[in-house]
Design a protein. Sequence first.
Length: 598
Amino acid sequence: MSGRLVSLVSRPLARSCFLRDVRQPARTRFLSTLPNIPLFRALQSYDPASLAIIHSVTTRSFTYGNLIADVVRAKEDLQRKVAKSEGQLAGERVALLAENSYDYVVTLLAIFANDAVALPLSPSFPTGELQYILDNSQAKVLLSTEKYAQKAQEILQAGLEREPLLDIRPKITKGATGSEAVQLEDLKQPSSGGMMLYTSGTTNRPKGVLIPDSALAAQASSLLEAWKYAPQDRLLHLLPLHHIHGVVNAIVTPILAGSSIEFLYPFNADQVWKRFAAPFLPSKNTDATPPKITFLNAVPTIYSRLMSSFPNLSPEIQNAAKQAISPENLRLNISGSAALPTPTKTAWQQLSNGNVLLERFGMTEVGMAISCGLDFADRVDGSVGWPLPNVEVRLVDTETGAVIPPGEDTDSAGRAREGEIQIRGPTVFHKYWANEKATREEFVASDDGGSRWFRTGDVATRHPVEGAGKGTSGAWAKGPMYFIRGRKSVDIIKTGGEKVSALEVEREMLSLPQITEAAVVALPSEKWGQKVAAMVVLHPDAKSSRTGRAWGPMDLRRALRDRLASYKIPQEMKVLEAIPRNAMGKVNKKALIKEVFG
């Protein structure tokens, strides 16, 4: 089945089109409605002529006026299609298979506008995995852009338990315009819409995380307060759109702020540098010069690849790019989804004339939960900062199960107490879809009459840092800071009665010039219970200073001797050509252990 967006009107767009005014004459007709939720209240208030979405390579651009008009048309088109099959959309899962584009944004918001649950799919996933997601979610509709029409057909050919209605959406080449006012309408029943994302499956089979629209709104509101998105921001979008990072941090929140989003995907380091540099290159045609990028969300591997490719740029591009990423131009550069190696953070700071990467902690189930602050003094190496506004965080001792009260973060010997991060508040997801057992296991009842706590499975320590946490980044950024130690199941290694953080060892290994990538894991040991092992990718010039031969395990041990306690130093090392990672830069360590060490 195919569908197209039908234009309801053709008159030029005026600013008053989308503003409600109690003084409007009685003859004003409201032909279209959108739900009265924060996202659409914000959309309705913007200047329709302001830029919303830009495609970097093609320079196609769409205004907020285009966006709200196209969302209305896509919403109504989807309603008509489902109505023909005698169905309703409220609360139903609507899967979305689309490239990073204006079309994706329009379709995502149209799903929200129908009070349905948006289920973004990754076009890079194999057909079998997408079939699993559609079967597990029991999606009612599968929306696909023309680019992925064939893949959408292939997904349905295997025969799903509940075959969704397939709708192929043509590419939007020119944004719609309209003159009828759009009215915000309260839902007749409590909202049942939102979004469902599937976990990366690094520890178990992917689970559907149901995030109600109230949680999405709370997540975006928290980030607006902490990171100060603004209409003047131009956000460069380099991320896949089936993860919380790419959707909430880089689409929903900037739209709530009236910022503009520029898509440049798939990631290409040279293209990114050229885009950064463009506003700062000499140009005779100033009208063709794009505005500077002010906001960047990325993962550590993106920053690493940018640093690696920089020396190959022309001197002219290099000089302009350095200016572009300096603090006075790129006001915020954020790294997340995986641990940020200190060498990468340091190299970026040096290249950018002092711009410090902001680290944060989040996950599919809770959105962003902990973050460093906007003040450079509040971006401490190795720390993810403080709980974000409207987020409650506590640490629960991994040995005793007791809550670690603030101020009691060290034991009697003065060692930092490690605790699992547990989170509660309006930003937390509702449940794992069709998986009551997992939902029950991952939530803990509160002992203070409040809402239940979500067990993240991530372990951290907490302590104050001199010069940070003074409140200069906001009232939320005060007190002791959180330091991630790793996943409780795979990154905390117990060897000979001692606990080792795999992330700490990786951080030190990556500071060595011979190592470009590293993953530290636990292997079984009869003597120690577990032993530390490492998988590394070596720099092409890595040679042993003693023998001149290939750099090996003994060279690693010697290099780490003055950096780590002996029990933390890897006892085994495997050299790989590359360490496999998912789209967000994460490593499936369990699978890698079996593959590499058998």
